[in-house]
Design a binder for this molecule. Structure first.
Ligand code: ADP
Ligand code: GN1
Ligand code: MG
Length: 355
């Protein structure tokens, strides 16, 4: 059932009469709606509280992060999300159904992509996520809450996966033996970043943690203007942001492409993204971080593949799906991408070393 937009939006401090409201975007987690008034447009979101357990804490993270970023913008076309207050002065509204709502100013003239084959756009995306990390370099990282505990913790993700295989709640484990084997075969090598972290060799930074391509907004000239979807901004390693971005910015196919022969990692897009990212971050990153950046692409693609596969085994309880088997298709695409990255490993490493 569609929410009663008029009643919800009227509880926020917006001017103008609501003319039109409709579902917007293609995120897998929250419900987003564009709300148009005769005066201004807004982005209304229902936050998924099955996934985000501490919404006041998450909201506090976001308001502090956006305030910090706003003070540091240097380029004219750049923007930061502007949260809108409720009539009571909060940034979050809990309705009678216990749903949580928030509103941002709509970033006009912007567009987001789910896939892109263009090196200029990949480079811009790299610059945007690199700048994001750089602008938050002086933010006190330990004052942020973990909005999803152990979000990119490989051990946690492997534990969940193994439990899902054993429990086999949806009765699907038998049909995905190849994917289970694929994941098991690589589980040891995927510990690299986690081991370096435990050994104290990697700094914890304020990272975005969901750097997919459609979480950057571009203007009509394809300049990146705003990094959005700040729900998972929390302490993390640079690898989480670089690797997760490579997973979507360089894929030659969609995240849910059924024809796996279409899926591969485009090395030119990898190079373009890495150039943009490192042009902003090279001076703040440590040697150990840079040396393992190429690996992070494999790591994050593997982790997201593992999460899609786990969700499939658990009966599709986490990600929004549009058809039966959607999560399995997504998992297969990620694993095919991992293979493509394995094939191009040397080239990826030399691009990072030479950038
Ligand atoms: P999800 O967590 O579900 O991915 P997002 O915050 O990423 O939700 O929003 C979903 C989509 O809505 C984005 O990919 C983008 O296209 C669009 N969007 C989000 N915020 C804004 C905004 N402030 N202005 C314009 N478009 C937006
Ligand atoms: C989700 O919210 P969205 O669609 O930007 C997910 C990411 C996954 C991504 C896979 C909070 O991102 O971790 O990488 O789907 N976000 C959360 O496409 O789980
Ligand atoms: Mg999103």
């Amino acid at each position: 059932m569609e929410p009663d937009f008029y009643s919800i939006i009227s509880r926020f401090r917006i001017e103008g009469q609501v003319k039109h409201a409709f579902p917007f975007g293609s995120g897998h987690i929250n419900d987003s709606y564009k709300v148009m008034t005769n005066d201004k447009n807004f982005l209304l979101q229902r936050i998924n509280h099955n996934i985000f357990k501490d919404i006041p804490g998450l909201t506090n993270n976001i308001t502090r992060i956006t305030d910090h970023l706003r003070d540091r913008l240097t380029e004219e076309n750049q923007q930061v999300l502007i949260p809108v207050r409720t009539n009571k002065g909060d940034y979050i509204l809990k309705d009678e159904e216990d749903d949580y709502w928030r509103v941002f100013d709509f970033i006009e003239g912007s567009k987001s992509y789910d896939r892109v084959g263009n090196p200029e756009i990949a480079c811009e995306g790299g610059r945007a996520y690199g700048q994001f990390l750089k602008m938050l370099d002086d933010f006190p990282v330990d004052t942020l809450i973990e909005t999803i505990p152990r979000f990119h913790d490989i051990e946690f993700r492997l534990e969940n996966f193994r439990e899902a295989v054993l429990e086999n709640i949806a009765g699907r484990a038998g049909e995905v033996q190849n994917e289970i084997d694929f994941a098991n075969k690589r589980s040891d090598e995927m510990q690299l970043v986690s081991n370096l972290g435990k050994a104290g060799k990697l700094p914890l930074r304020v990272t975005h943690n969901d750097t997919k391509i459609n979480n950057v907004l571009f203007d009509q000239d394809n300049k990146a203007i705003c990094v959005i979807d700040l729900d998972t901004v929390m302490p993390g390693y640079v690898h989480f942001d670089f690797g997760d971005a490579i997973r979507t910015f360089t894929n030659t196919a969609d995240e849910d492409e059924k024809d796996l022969t279409m899926v591969s990692m485009n090395i030119n897009l990898f190079e373009a993204f890495a150039k943009g990212f490192l042009s902003e971050t090279k001076n703040i990153l440590k040697k150990e971080e840079i040396e393992t950046l190429a690996f992070s692409a494999r790591l994050m693609t593997y982790i997201i593949g593992l999460r899609f596969l786990t969700d499939y085994l658990q009966g599709d309880v986490y990600y929004k799906t549009r058809f039966p088997g959607h999560n399995l298709i997504r998992a297969r695409v990620q694993f095919r991408l991992v293979e493509s990255m394995e094939e191009q490993r040397v080239k990826m490493e030399s691009i990072i070393a030479g950038t």
